[in-house]
Design a protein around this ligand. Structure first.
Ligand SMILES: [Zn+2]
Length: 376
């Protein structure tokens, strides 16, 4: 029985499911593949080019124990200039498959879809359900997973756990940090550039914040697997013309949070810094906006889901990663989350992204083991 995993992966890469193109073509490819392998699948489309695919093997009864697979179908853009070849024309070389999204994460998605196809073709009766959610927009606003949770959470009454096939080089990951992106905007007063004393310069006020943040740190207790909470000032913009005193300047902070940190508490700490500056400078005024927030993820090592997946795969050592996934959003199903997939995470979002074909095959075999151990 040939589930044609590589064929699926190549066809998905060719659709270039970036934010600019939308996921609809990739969604059609995946849907067609699943249906033609006897897997029940539906397209959930909410825009001209945005959609999810929801697929299932096992009985239709929604009270049955359900293993949920959360995979994103979108990829980050790729510029032809930085690649040696066309990023959306996949090809095989020296045991690797090259193409945008091979690693992050069309590879893991294809391996799991192929595993479902193989189990379905084997004719074995499942006692539980496997539900694959291939969702849109993970690289930008996670719109697909939010929609999936809203529309499908009620039909998953007994979740066994959630598996995210993001690239982990087939290591079992049970924790990652969260993200909190803040925009601080200082408010000033415009004036002619030749008479700066009549205005309030928002860039100068932003500079006060930058100075203060140099020696300031978000309070945290180090985490055993994840280490510390980090903060990086990654954007600054303000002013409209060389001869106008600017009345607005924004700074964007990329904060990576730990499982026991609350976003509200961090924002309160940042506010405290701003209040101190306002106390010493009556002209200082600043607002905070949250650009993006996604909590950290931690599944306990002794959780039964970790044990069962460990037994099914023979992998008992668990790790943490630095990057964020849709895992915390899927965790709203009130089930433990594990991240486990083929491909080297260091190749994500890079030119000449490539995945080892042998690892893809191994991932598919291990996914089949997981389905058998948890749902048969
Ligand atoms: Zn990803």
């Amino acid at each position: 029985m040939d589930s044609n995993m590589l064929y699926l992966l190549k066809e998905l890469v060719k659709t270039a499911p970036t934010l600019q193109n939308g996921e609809i073509d990739a969604v059609r490819v995946l849907h067609e593949y699943l249906i033609s392998h006897g897997v029940a699948a539906q397209i959930d489309k909410w825009d001209a080019n945005r959609a999810n695919v929801i697929a299932r093997i096992g009985p239709e009864d929604d009270r049955l124990p359900t293993l949920v697979i959360g995979a994103h179908i979108d990829v980050v853009p790729a510029s032809k200039e930085t690649w040696n070849t066309d990023p959306f024309e996949p090809f095989e070389k020296d045991g690797f498959l090259y193409g945008r999204g091979c690693v992050d994460m069309l590879g893991g998605l294809s391996a799991f879809a192929a595993a479902m196809a193989d189990v379905q073709a084997s004719g074995r009766t499942l006692t539980g359900r496997v539900l694959l959610a291939a969702t849109a927009g993970e690289e930008t606003d996670s719109c697909g997973v939010k929609r999936f949770i809203q529309s499908c959470a009620a039909s998953i009454k007994d979740p066994i756990g959630i598996l995210i096939p993001e690239p982990t080089s087939l290591r079992l990951l049970r924790a990652h940090r969260g993200i909190l992106w803040l925009k601080i905007t200082t408010v000033g007063k415009t004036a002619h550039g030749s008479m700066p004393q009549l205005g309030i310069n928002a860039i100068e006020k932003a500079n006060l914040i930058l100075d203060r943040l140099k020696t300031w740190q978000i309070p945290y207790t180090p985490h055993k697997l994840l280490g510390g909470c980090s903060m990086s000032i990654n954007r600054i913009y303000g002013g409209t013309a060389t001869n106008i005193v600017p009345d607005s300047c924004s700074i964007e902070l990329d904060i990576r949070t730990l499982p026991d940190q609350s976003e509200t508490a961090i924002i309160a700490e940042v506010r405290k810094v701003l209040s101190e500056l306002a106390y010493t400078d009556p002209d200082f005024k600043a607002d905070i906006a949250v650009l993006r927030a996604c909590p950290a993820l931690e599944t306990k090592p002794d959780d039964p889901f970790v044990q069962r997946v460990g037994n099914a795969t023979g992998i008992h050592e668990t790790h943490a990663i630095g990057f964020t996934t849709d895992g915390p959003l899927f965790a709203q199903l009130n089930a433990p989350v594990l991240i486990f997939g083929p491909g080297d995470g260091a190749r994500c979002h890079q030119p000449n992204e490539a995945i080892e074909i042998a690892q893809l095959e191994k991932a598919k075999a291990l996914y089949i083991n997981i389905i058998r151990a948890l749902c048969i």
